[in-house]
Design a protein around this ligand. Sequence first.
Ligand code: FUB
Ligand code: ZN
Length: 605
Amino acid sequence: MKRVEFFDTKITDGFWKQKQDLIRNVTVKAVYDRFYDTGRIDAFKCDKNSEIKPHFFWDSDVAKWIEGVAYLTREKREIWLEEIVDNIVDEIEKNQDPCGYFNIFFTSVEPQNRFKNRDCHELYCLGHLIEAGVAYYEATGKSKLLNLMCKYVDYVEKVFVREKSVGFTTPGHEEIELALVRLYECTKKEKYLELSKFFVDERGKRAEETIDWGEFSYNQSHKPVREQETAEGHAVRAVYLYCAMADLALKYKDDALKNACEKIFDNIINKRMYITGGIGSSHMGEAFTVDYDLSNLFAYTESCAALGLILFANRMLLLDNDSKYSDTVERALYNGFLSSTSLDGRSFFYTNPLEILPQLYTRDVSVLEKNYLKLPVTQRQEVFGCSCCPPNIVRFIPSIGNLLYTYDEDTIYVHQFMQSVAKIKIGDDVYEIEQKTSYPYDGKIDITVKGGSIKLAVRVPYWHSGNLENVTKGYAYSDINENSNTVHLDYDMTPRFVYANPNVISDSCKCAVISGPIVYCMEGHDNKGHLRNIVLDTNGKISKGFDEKLGVPTLKIDAITRAECDMLYSFSQGKYENTTAHLIPYFAFANRGESEMQVWHSYKI
Ligand code: FUB
Ligand code: ZN
């Protein structure tokens, strides 16, 4: 299976075009400005006397931003952005050690400690700089950053593989592994693929390697990767590793790696993932915990982790045409990932809670924190001390076309639905494929393929309740030819109630509401009283509406709510009044100031 790359796919209108325009017109500058204010850009000058001490993974923040600029540039050049990138690259060139090494912190602050501590993210930063170098070269033809990083990678190969002269064997934070696969694809030099395989193969093989968070599973080093069956530890590290494992499974036709990926993926989606596609429930170690541990109030669910799950699931589609992967891409995309960004494109969530009770924040938060219960923030911020998420959004949305299609010699697979046109070259044939749709707010999609006869396999989303013909592993197959080259789909977006496995105690006797791929939530702004007192009538009336101010669809659902009363305790169940619950898409919460919010609701039996 091969992927149709984003630069052969153009999002022409609708939901994702608006998001892409927002990144180009607002977010890329907003993130840059905050990075500039906080010293991240000047830090590339590696001034030893600078008053601002750089963090040891600032390189990665800016590298991801550069990668985003490259993807924007691929569609339309923005000279002012290129100038910024070129200046940063010049600073890297000036400050790179003659041996090839480069890291802002270890160049300007602690040169004596290079490659001593596994958890200091040097290889993680290098991974992001590699991805930036590849993307920038592919977008502009400018190869300086790419060449600088190749030199650095050659040095890494020397000291980690041949000499074994550094303080650890595998990085504490994965990323370089998947970046090296990209570097191989760009340069066609096998040595980069082999280095990626080295880091993946060596993980979990030696107990003496350091950890900075309690257990070896924190950085997925508890076992050799081919023996791992569950998603463990720091969620972002985990999914970046799984991405590399999936890449290498494909490149080397390594069934043991593929099996491990499949088992881990199934563990995530069946036991460790929120309904939003968020992963990593605990702030302790930003980590996966145990099966079914999915607290809504304390959900950590880092934006980067949701994004990483999308990248992992999308790679699994190259190993197997199973809609559990593309359904997961969609679930995380429209919910746990999209909630990361404010509707105006300027501020971001790092954690993405599924419930907010503002009154809890008025109590002594330190008491909660002493008990290791850290409440997530309730409002998005423009930048963070650890600001990994905002630039991840900048690089992901412009390249979202990567999610739409894969193909083999006789079939084109359609995984996601966006108003778009794409070109697909299969052998000597070139196909043009066009999607016309108002997805994700309407289930009608017309897909037209021009260029000759071929099979088309279109994902049938898990939430669609009707039957389709010729469905295998969640894909409906049809023949495209000159007489019949358009497939008309009409997926049912009637709102549906969703119930969690009884082992998820946080969701016990609760329901969530979805319409198509979108998870809805209630916010205090639209509903009177405490949301926990509202009981939905799952047999009642549901009507669709539109919130003009937020620019998003809404749902109104028949409900009852407990009336206020004076007694702290009483023998009466209290009065229930009829009401209408107002819901908005989860991704749109926290755009009108602080308020209660919940995704899981009580319901009438
Ligand atoms: O450590 C680098 C990045 O910062 C991780 O990917 C995030 O989880 C945050 O810890
Ligand atoms: Zn992040």
